[in-house]
Design a protein around this ligand. Structure first.
Ligand SMILES: C[S@@+](CC[C@H](N)C(=O)[O-])C[C@H]1O[C@@H](n2cnc3c(N)ncnc32)[C@H](O)[C@@H]1O
Length: 246
């Protein structure tokens, strides 16, 4: 994961700087690259201008950058990979901190809303992650999740470092952490505009041009290819949820 979410994050920021800032959001959505999913979540979080919002596991910062541009908020980004944190700070000018979602250096009850996109499935410490989000949200605060769920055993080859929960596990984890699910939907991760896709592809091509010979590029491609194949077969399903903190 260090390669996929750290090294490639730095390479992505470098390619965006070369191609232009309009590429930042499409290229910076790693795993949540769908305008429809972001819009569904932002609507579900019922954000007003000036709301205090946390993006936990923010990656390169594309979703937070999208939120800032579309909804008039200035999200705080928390993310464990230093290269990704540097990318979200430099590409989007957002306040960004190096932190695991289950150990946030943030005060209690300081956010009106938080989202966590494609992150619950990258850690075994799911209960601790949700407990920490509960701690930093105000009572009645809203949580948005994009989770890749597997309701049956997955066929190999499996991506390394992932721990995909079942739908029932997600519901039980949320209830156990003190959240009430308000809405849920299946995400269509291929619903972005042609322009969005072209810009994301252009950044990938630029990264490949610069670093295609580096074995870490092939390694990262292999990982994302495995997730793509599981999504394509329907064995893995992208789920959107919004929940209210008790
Ligand atoms: C699939 S990417 C999604 C990134 C971003 N949320 C997006 O949608 O573009 C998963 C991210 O979760 C981060 N991550 C992995 N384990 C984490 C943890 N325990 N706490 C917070 N973030 C974590 C990874 O470094 C990576 O940036």
């Amino acid at each position: 994961m260090e390669t996929e979410f750290g090294t490639v994050a730095g390479w992505t920021a470098e390619a965006v700087r070369a191609l232009g800032p309009e590429h930042a959001v499409p290229a910076g959505c790693r795993g949540s690259g769908s305008e429809g999913a972001l819009r569904w979540l932002a609507d579900a979080l019922d954000l007003r201008a000036g709301a205090r919002v946390l993006d936990s596991g923010a990656g390169v910062g594309g979703p937070a950058g999208w939120l800032a541009a579309e909804r008039g908020v200035r999200p705080v980004c928390a993310e464990p990979m230093v290269d990704a944190v540097r990318a979200s700070a430099t590409l989007f000018g957002l306040p960004s901190v190096v932190a695991l979602s289950q150990s946030l250096p943030l005060a209690d009850s300081t956010f009106d809303a938080a989202w966590c996109l494609g992150v619950l499935c990258t850690t075994e410490e799911k209960a601790a992650l949700l407990a920490e989000l509960h701690r930093v949200l105000v009572p009645g605060g809203r949580l948005g999740l994009l989770v890749f769920v597997a309701d049956e055993p997955l066929p190999p080859p499996l991506p390394e470092g992932n721990s995909f929960p079942s739908s029932a596990e997600v519901d039980a984890l949320l209830a156990g952490a003190g959240f009430t699910v308000a809405a849920r939907a299946e995400a269509d991760l291929s619903d972005s505009s042609a322009q969005w896709q072209e810009r994301a592809d252009a950044v990938d091509a630029e990264v490949q041009r610069r670093h295609g010979e580096d074995p870490r590029w092939a390694q990262a491609q292999e990982q994302s290819g495995r997730v793509g194949a599981l999504l394509g077969s329907g064995a893995l399903r992208p789920r959107l949820l919004s929940a209210v903190r008790d």
